[in-house]
Design a protein around this ligand. Structure first.
Ligand code: FES
Length: 155
C-alpha cells in the first residue's frame, strides 16, 4: 500500500526527472536534484527515474551506488562525534564511547541519531572531547551528554 507521502515523493521525483530528461547525461543531474529536494535517493525513486529515462532499474542503481555523493538513506537527525585519541582515552573516552553506543542502540538519542569516532579534535586538554551536531564540547561524560541532548527527545 502506498502512503500519500510516498505518492507525493514519486510525483516530485517524476517531475524532476521529466524536467531534466531532455539533456544529455541526464541521470546525474536528476540524482543531484533528488538529493537537493529530498535529502537522499530512496530505493522507490529508482523505478521512477528509470521509467522516465528509459533505463533499467539496475542501471540507475549502479550509478547511485557508484558515486558516494548519493545518499540512499535519510540523513541522521543528530550526530554525536566522540574523540578516541590518546589524550581523551586517558580520561575515559573509551568508556564514554561504549556507553554512548549502547544508549544510541537503545534509541535514547532519537532513532536516527548517529555516533561517529574521531581521532583528535584539538581539544585535548578538555577531554573527553566530542561534537554534538558539529558543535565542540569538552569534559563530556554520561550526565553531560544527557543534559546536552535533552532537547533531542532523549528518553
Ligand atoms: S585527543 Fe581528544 S581532542 Fe585531542
Amino acid at each position: 500500500m502506498t502512503t500519500s507521502a510516498e505518492a507525493s515523493r514519486a510525483t516530485l521525483v517524476r517531475a524532476i526527472a521529466e524536467g531534466q530528461a531532455h539533456q544529455r547525461g541526464a541521470l546525474i543531474p536528476i540524482l543531484h536534484e533528488v538529493m537537493d529536494e529530498c535529502g537522499y535517493v530512496d530505493t522507490a525513486d529508482l523505478p521512477v527515474i528509470a521509467d522516465v529515462l528509459n533505463l533499467s532499474i539496475a542501471e540507475v542503481r549502479g550509478v547511485v551506488s557508484f558515486y558516494h555523493d548519493f545518499a540512499t538513506a535519510p540523513p541522521p537527525s543528530h550526530t554525536i562525534t566522540l574523540c578516541r585519541a590518546e589524550a581523551c582515552q586517558s580520561v575515559g573516552a573509551q568508556q564514554l564511547y561504549d556507553d554512548t553506543a549502547a544508549r544510541l542502540a537503545a534509541g535514547q538519542f532519537g532513532h536516527s541519531a548517529e555516533l561517529r569516532e574521531v581521532f583528535c579534535l584539538g581539544n585535548c586538554a578538555l577531554g573527553p572531547a566530542g561534537t554534538l551536531d558539529g558543535r565542540l564540547y569538552g569534559q563530556l561524560d554520561h550526565d553531560r551528554l544527557t543534559t546536552l541532548t535533552a532537547e533531542w527527545g532523549a528518553r
